[in-house]
Design a protein around this ligand. Structure first.
Ligand SMILES: C[S@@+](CC[C@H](N)C(=O)[O-])C[C@H]1O[C@@H](n2cnc3c(N)ncnc32)[C@H](O)[C@@H]1O
Length: 248
């Protein structure tokens, strides 16, 4: 899926705004940091301002171009963490916000991160936990089902128990692993749910005709109104997994 970087930065800026909390886990003294899936580079910039030597990588050309345009003084590389080039060196910290659930092969992801971390290097990341945006996903699944369109979940949401096993298998020692609910207000008033769908289920919606898409989104709004509408905005049922681990 290709990202609409401008829309991401204006309508879905909550992603990196919430991600700022994760910066508190980054050591205070200057470190070499790899920001994996840096998107438009907002958190990369904040880490640079804290004194770290940061490289942002992202597989999306749109995101990387936007990051380079906004912060030309920083290093951004278009890279897929599942197939990294030799340009990526060794780091003290691998940082990542709201990325891992987009990556189907978690084992390869952690193996590759381990290969780019110094011994005792830190992995600090946050992403969707099991049950993340469950009500939205279920409603979308129901609509596609009714149309006879197969629904293949693009996300990989996981639990504390499963991720601890995966981290240990990949030679990380867990310092902290936390699963928590984070109800997330969406921007845009009534159109907030549609805009969220257009960003995060862009690839799946593209498969539908214009008429089908309108119908699906309209039905979802009706279906979810009693569950996720809160006075004047939609509130998405986010659940997150936050990890602080050290490479052994
Ligand atoms: C929701 S955005 C988060 C961006 C940024 N971390 C932030 O907090 O604003 C997810 C990002 O992960 C990137 N991404 C997904 N899979 C990736 C992969 N295999 N390698 C590198 N980046 C990836 C996407 O291109 C996208 O920019």
């Amino acid at each position: 899926m290709e990202w609409d970087a401008k829309k991401y930065n204006t309508t879905h800026d909550f992603v990196f705004k919430y991600g700022a909390g994760l910066l508190e886990l980054v050591p205070k003294e200057p470190k070499k940091v790899l920001d994996i899936g840096c998107g438009t580079g907002e958190l990369t910039k904040q880490m640079a301002e804290l004194g770290h030597e940061v490289t942002g990588i992202d597989q999306s050309l749109n995101m990387i171009n936007q990051a380079k345009e906004t912060y030309p003084e920083l290093i951004f590389l278009q890279e897929d963490i599942l197939n990294p080039s030799d340009q990526i060196g060794l780091y003290d910290v691998a940082f990542s916000n709201a990325v891992f659930h987009w990556i189907p092969d978690q084992d390869l992801l952690l193996k590759n991160i381990g290969e780019h971390l110094n011994v005792n290097g830190q992995l600090i990341c946050e992403f969707g936990a099991v049950g993340n945006v469950q009500k939205i996903r279920e409603a979308f699944g129901r609509e596609l089902n009714a149309l006879g369109v197969p629904f293949e979940e693009p996300f990989c949401f996981t639990s504390v128990e499963n991720y601890r096993i995966l981290l240990e298998k990949n030679h990380f020692e867990v310092v902290e692993i936390l699963e928590y609910e984070r109800p997330t207000p969406l921007k845009g008033g009534k159109s907030g749910l549609n805009e969220w769908m257009e960003q995060f289920y862009a690839a799946e919606l593209e498969e539908l005709s214009g008429e089908q898409k309108d119908k699906v989104l309209e039905n979802m709004e009706r279906d979810l109104k009693s569950k996720l509408w809160n006075e004047d905005h939609w509130e998405a049922d986010y659940r997150r997994l936050r990890i602080n681990a050290v490479k052994m």
